[in-house]
Design a protein around this ligand. Structure first.
Ligand code: BGC
Length: 506
């Protein structure tokens, strides 16, 4: 299996590209939103308080070989006021967070938990009172365990109805104050990681060399889950448009994980592999949402393993996303992988189906990777050209570093600055990108790395019972950028470094 794992380390090819070296917040439209992000299980903690029940992520984090869990995480459930204050001090314009389904509806369907409801109402009120726009994700890896146990979660069509009812509660209860909704977090990598490779919750896969899954079928489940994710999104979106949109005036989007992609050589084989990678990684979800059908190459390669939309479903899915949420961290070269005709369909998984090998660009390790801003600009340009220039929100972008490394996180500042510059170039070239969120607002329980590495603008001392937060250089830089005191030029990082006190406030 060729792994396109988020963790892999590979060949090193360094490209020197310089990116927009002089810009300020004012170069972006006034209504553009700059923010930072978290997700419920990674930030809230308080997993068994006030009626919350386990999600598949709780179960997954307690399975063998995992060294940490989100039981306490940053304790955002109790410390949300403190954190909103930090956001306000930083000058954040928006905050992206997700709603824990099992905090709001503990059994997955049925009665709403008043304490869960109160928590999210308070959080949203707190954000609004500081002028911070909430951007809410409904599903971020945390399916109610009860629904997984009852019918297998995302691989059963019953999920569509339960997800829609959960969304209904969220729109009804929070929709007066929430104008930006993302239904599903990075649906493509979720379907791949959770149902083909088994490294994301709920951890399904056929037996493979890397992960020991107790259940799953990598040759069919990723496509079934992907199909149900699209249908669940479309159903929630239809409901929003029929019942809430005219009063609440919000928008609803779907998000995907978007690698930057580039052919490894200029051979015809690699060019074809590049097209195939775009179809499998982007087109799988975006083509149905924009054009109402799966890419031809997927239909041809997968045959009956790819579910089919009925006519009615096609109509419902097509056009169901007001914007796309883009999650971008890195760029890879793609090269044609040698076909393995002997591999029967039942032994295939997403990457053998895609038939592409990937090679990381630049230095890449578990604790970080090189900034490849041209790869990001390429993604935005590709989306503009191939998908009718859809409105985009960059819902996650950031750099992991070893958790206890210095508060002077200069590589992170360089990374974020380069990517904001690349985004500005894309906007100047016509991309309809409307917002950008750094992952993450604060050090979190990490999806792949637990507490070993972190992406936060704020450091959290996880060994301190008080979970003290301290700003990193990146928080200070981002704050300066948002408040207009940072005029980005290379010497400004040095200036930010010398201005940065490393004390407990900005
Ligand atoms: C996920 C986050 C995760 C981050 C860093 C994203 O793809 O949405 O939950 O923490 O990657 O690995």
């Amino acid at each position: 299996m060729q792994s396109l794992s988020l963790l892999s380390v590979s060949v090193v090819i360094v490209l020197a590209v310089s990116y927009s070296d002089a810009f300020t917040r004012n170069d972006f439209p006034k209504d553009f939103l700059f923010g930072a992000a978290t997700s419920a299980y990674q930030w809230e903690g308080a997993v068994d308080e006030d009626g919350r029940t386990p999600s598949v992520w709780d179960t997954f984090s307690h399975s063998d070989n995992k060294k940490g869990d989100g039981n306490i995480a940053c304790d955002g459930y109790h410390k949300y006021q403190e954190d909103v204050k930090l956001m306000a001090e930083m000058g954040l314009e928006a905050f992206r967070f997700s709603i824990s389904w099992t905090r709001l509806i503990p059994n997955g369907r049925g009665p709403v938990n008043p304490k869960g409801l109160k928590f999210y109402k308070n959080l949203i009120k707190e954000l609004r009172s500081h002028g911070i726009e909430p951007h809410v994700t409904l599903y971020h890896y945390d399916l109610p365990q009860a629904l997984e146990d009852e019918y297998g979660g995302w691989i059963n069509r019953k999920i569509i109805e339960d997800f829609t009812s959960f969304a209904d509660v969220c729109f009804r209860e929070f929709g007066e104050d929430v104008k930006l909704w993302t239904t599903i977090n990075e649906a493509n990598i979720f379907a791949i990681g959770a149902y083909s490779e088994g490294f994301l919750p709920p951890g399904h896969c056929s037996t493979n060399t890397f992960v020991n899954c107790s259940t799953g079928n990598s040759s069919t489940e990723p496509y079934i889950a992907g199909h149900n994710l699209l249908l669940a999104h479309a159903s929630a979106s239809k409901l929003y448009r029929l019942k809430y949109k005219s009063k609440q005036r919000g928008s609803i989007g779907f998000s995907i994980y978007a690698y930057g992609l580039s052919p490894y050589t200029n051979s015809t084989d690699d060019e074809i592999a590049f097209q195939r990678a775009k179809d499998f990684l982007f087109g799988w979800m975006l083509k149905p949402l924009v054009y109402g059908e799966y890419p031809d190459v997927m239909k041809k390669t997968l045959g009956s393993r790819l579910p089919v939309f009925s006519e009615e479903e096609t109509e419902q899915v097509k056009g169901s996303s007001d914007f796309f949420g883009i999650i971008h961290y890195m760029t890879v070269y793609v090269t044609n992988s040698k076909p393995s005709p002997s591999l029967p369909p039942s032994n295939r998984e997403f990457f053998t189906d895609m038939g592409v090998d990937t090679i990381f660009i630049g230095n890449s390790s578990f604790f970080g990777w090189d900034a490849i801003p041209w790869g990001f600009e390429g993604v935005l340009e590709y989306l503009k050209q191939s998908y009718n220039n859809p409105p985009l929100y960059i819902l996650e972008n950031g750099l992991p570093m070893e958790h206890d490394s210095a508060l002077q996180d200069t590589p992170r500042v360089e990374y974020i600055q380069a990517y904001i510059g690349a985004m500005l170039n894309a906007i100047k070239n016509g991309s309809d990108t409307r917002g950008y969120f750094v992952w993450s607002m604060i050090d979190l329980y990490e999806l792949l790395a637990e507490y070993k590495n972190s992406f936060g603008l704020y450091y959290v001392n996880f060994s301190d019972p008080g979970l003290k937060r301290s700003p990193k250089l990146s928080a200070s830089w981002y704050s300066g950028f948002l408040k207009g005191t940072v005029d980005v030029a290379s010497q400004d990082i040095t200036q930010s470094q010398s201005n940065f006190s490393g004390s407990s406030s900005l």
